[in-house]
Design a protein around this ligand. Structure first.
Ligand code: PLP
Length: 383
């Protein structure tokens, strides 16, 4: 792959809006930033206090490269208690966020030219990570009319002799869709039949509003590599801690690769993660309720604005809003929005082009008073 292609790609308007978000957010007074999935929440102080106590007690050194024994045990216990799934210690490894685990996995499993199926609209790093690891992304669209559910028959048609893996992301960024249990079962069946991996990005597993989440590993235990972590469920984006759970040979390879990259995940963040998982039942509902309330508010406001449309938001922290009635594409709309209202969202184009170009993603990362201000400004717009 031409690695400079990435740099060139980020000169494109859609990507540019994404990549310049940080700079914009800092430089523009009055900006209402509803772009990246980095909420305004501060990590619960019980987690912070415990982590700093642990640091003072000596948890300031490298841990074992696959994570401390206590961290790995906490992940194993969590999956046993919450989902009745049994994993062994050599399947679990601490990663510097879910994204890091995903990239290690691509490096571990892909030979040059191997294909990886991703459903679109997709979390944009997947495509770049696959290409950087020498693989070829194969895109399968999902459609708003189907509630952005992945259609199993379409997925199966995309499989070739070069397919190594299918990436699944539910609850989904950017659409907020939650795949049904039946869809998970079908994907699992296809992966087992065609002997491919499922890379299940379950970082939003707790942000499911009216249903319960069942991990993909329940349906295809031998084929599934699970990625999750603390960023979203525990409001811990900046701690950079997550984990992957994989068949032993994948986990071992990922560990060896990572010994040359970050060596281990931050010790203090692993300690924070242990506390978080051991107190998940008390800590998670507060975070979930915040996003549920905010997204309900977003839905109510969108429903009163005639040029915006939004289906039911079943999970995640995002609203993928249809802007087709404005006659603008997602980049032009986002620019106009920013210029006229100082509200920053991400154009759908940044998540793929086939289905995404008549949507923008609004992240419910700010309080309802900020969302109110944003929609008060948006409803004044004319097209
Ligand atoms: N996966 C998806 C689908 C995401 O939306 C995000 C963050 O926005 C991540 C992974 C990143 O997770 P982490 O912070 O654990 O690396």
């Amino acid at each position: 792959m031409d690695r400079f292609k990435l740099a060139k790609k980020y000169q494109e308007p859609a990507e540019n809006i994404m990549m310049n978000i940080g700079t914009l957010a800092k430089s523009k007074e009055g900006l209402l930033d509803l772009s990246i999935g980095d909420p305004d929440l501060i990590t619960d102080e019980r987690i912070i206090n415990q982590a700093f106590e642990d640091a003072k007690a000596g948890h300031t050194r490298y841990t074992a490269s696959d994570g401390s024994a206590a961290f790995i045990q906490a992940v194993i216990d969590h999956y046993k208690n919450r989902y009745h799934l049994d994993f062994s210690a050599d399947q679990v490894r601490a990663t510097v966020g879910a994204m890091h685990g995903m990239y290690l996995t691509f490096l571990a499993i892909l030979d040059p030219g191997d294909e990886v199926i991703i459903h679109e609209p997709y979390f944009s790093p997947y495509k770049d990570q696959i290409e950087l690891a020498g693989g070829v992304p194969v895109i399968v669209p999902t459609y708003e009319k189907d509630g952005f559910q992945l259609e199993a028959a379409m997925l199966e048609r995309a499989i070739t002799s070069r397919t190594k893996a299918i990436v699944v992301n539910s609850p989904n960024n950017p659409t907020g869709a939650v795949f049904s249990q039946e869809t998970f079962q079908k994907i699992a069946g296809i992966a087992i039949e065609h002997e491919v991996f499922i890379l299940s990005d379950e970082i939003y597993e707790e942000l499911v509003f009216d249903d319960t989440f069942t991990p993909m590993a329940t349906f295809a235990p031998e084929n599934t590599i699970t990625f999750s972590g603390f960023s979203k469920s525990f409001a811990m984006t900046g701690w950079r801690i997550g984990y992957m759970i994989a068949p032993t040979y994948v986990s071992e390879t990922a560990k060896l690769i990572n010994e040359n990259i970050t060596y281990s995940a931050p010790a203090i963040s692993q300690q924070a993660g242990i506390y978080a998982l051991n107190h998940a039942n008390e800590l998670i509902p507060e975070v979930v309720n915040v996003f549920k309330e905010r997204l309900n508010y977003v839905k109510q406001r969108v429903d009163t604005i005639d040029f915006l449309h939004l289906g039911e938001v079943k999970g995640s922290m995002y609203a993928f809003i249809n802007i087709a009635d404005t006659q603008l594409d997602s980049v032009a709309f986002s620019k106009k929005l920013l210029e006229e209202t100082q509200v920053l969202v991400v154009p759908g184009k940044a998540f793929g082009v086939t289905t995404g170009n008549h949507h923008v993603r609004l992240a419910a990362t700010q309080k309802i008073s900020v969302l109110k201000e944003a929609f008060d400004r948006i409803e004044q717009m004319t097209f």
